[in-house]
Design a protein around this ligand. Structure first.
Ligand code: PLP
Length: 412
């Protein structure tokens, strides 16, 4: 008897993804331009990657981590899947100084905020309704698409998702959804718009989450860029947040760890979800991490411990001040040229309104062709990003100045 044997199949949700289009298209257009214009120097303010060297204290910490591996008495192998207890204690102290009390069992060390912000959804039911902002850091979106929480992609939107629109009218910080959702993603300071939520705005989200039994996933990767003391750096500055919010954070943009890799996630014991007891969500994340993650690098952990020391924090402040001075230079120059600009005050991102009603890609092309500067088209972050371009303040000072000079001289 002939039996039909089927081949292995793929996760069809991957076919719904749109995301990689953005950066591959930026790369394609930039390459196309440089091939036609050999010798023309391109300055990229597009990809949000750090450029300045690690601080001396962090370097000493990393070296200490390497040296420990050279001796039998100090060598360590697999780390604790939840993370080195010393680093969790140091983070707990760090929050305590801001009147936020966290037990070391509530802190999980990771290899950065990207993996945690993508993976955290896996501990929640696939039937949960998810709300994201538009525009959005696409990792929250794509991870939920892959997990099957969305339907088809139609005209720039996935069926089944709730979009919280961010625009000039609301200062790019939305109000909580009108309908009940189960999971809400927030990012403040925001990538891509550079907007920062006020205490009052976060209070509205916490009140919404408590009332609607929703969970907030709060990405605070740029918290240390906030210099305005009235703005919250952590969702846990809001009363009641420990009952409804998970916070994700990173040393990447704080201390230049984009290549070193080290971050953390807080899952409070008090966070409860439908039909489960206190501690269940925390336990699930612990289970997930111990099953699918073998712990953050022990060398990077020594670097992170050094970054958290008093002197380490002082040095990281200098690093951030450098990037924020870049932001100031970009803002000042572009405002002088008549551009409308948002963000860039307490965040390393500037959200530029495109001149003359140009679309995001039209403005991208014009900036590339005339001034040889690469930005990121806002439309790549969602429908509401159309008509905007993101510039970031990461970069060497001379390149930032060169980019501004070139825009001033050549942009028509
Ligand atoms: N979250 C946001 C909002 C980001 O913009 C980024 C990086 O650009 C990340 C997370 C990822 O950070 P990490 O380097 O810690 O993975």
């Amino acid at each position: 008897m002939n039996q039909t044997i089927l081949m292995a199949t793929i996760n069809k949700n991957y076919d719904k993804l749109q995301g990689s289009y953005l950066f591959s298209e930026i790369f394609r257009r930039t390459k196309n331009f440089t091939e036609k214009n050999p010798g023309v120097e391109i300055i990229s303010l597009g990809v949000g990657d750090t450029t300045q060297p690690l601080s001396p204290t962090v370097i000493r910490g990393l070296l200490k981590g390497v040296k420990k591996l050279a001796h039998i008495k100090t060598y360590t192998g697999y780390p604790d899947a939840q993370g080195d207890k010393r680093l969790r204690a140091a983070l707990s102290d760090f929050y305590k100084k801001r009147n936020i009390s966290l037990d070391v069992g509530e802190i999980f060390i990771s290899d950065g905020a990207k993996s945690d912000s993508a993976n955290i959804q896996s501990i929640f039911g696939t039937d949960n309704i998810v709300a994201i902002t538009d525009p959005v850091y696409t990792v929250y979106l794509d991870s939920n698409v892959i997990a099957g929480r969305t339907g088809k992609y139609i005209k720039g939107r996935y069926e089944g998702l709730i979009y919280m629109e961010c625009n000039e009218k609301n200062g790019f910080i939305p109000s909580p959804p009108k309908q009940k959702v189960d999971i809400v993603y927030l990012c403040s300071p925001n990538n891509p718009t550079g907007a920062v939520a006020t205490k009052k705005q976060l209070e509205a989200f916490v009140a919404y989450a408590l009332k609607n039994k929703a969970v907030i996933i709060f990405d605070a990767a740029y918290a240390q860029y906030i210099s305005d003391k009235s703005l919250p750096k952590s969702i846990y500055e809001i009363k009641g947040a420990k009952k409804c919010a998970i916070e994700i954070n990173s040393f990447s943009k704080w201390s230049g760890f984009t290549g070193v890799r080290q971050g953390w996630t807080i899952v409070p014991m008090d966070l409860v979800v439908e039909g489960e007891e206190k501690g269940k969500v925390n336990g699930l994340w612990k289970r997930r991490q111990s099953t699918m993650f073998n712990g953050a690098s022990n060398i990077a952990t020594e670097g992170a411990l050094a970054a958290l020391s008093d002197i380490g924090q002082k040095e990281s402040k200098k690093l951030i001040a450098y990037y924020m001075q870049n932001a100031k230079i970009i803002k000042k120059n572009l405002l002088k040229l008549g551009f409308k600009i948002f963000g860039g005050n307490n965040a390393p991102y500037l959200w530029i309104k495109n001149p003359e009603g140009l679309s995001s890609w039209e403005f991208f092309d014009k900036l590339l062709e005339e001034a040889h500067v690469v930005g990121t088209p806002g439309s790549g972050f969602g429908l509401q990003g159309e008509g905007y371009l993101r510039l970031n303040a990461f970069g060497h000072r001379q390149n930032i100045k060169k980019a501004m000079e070139s825009i001033r001289k050549n942009f028509k």
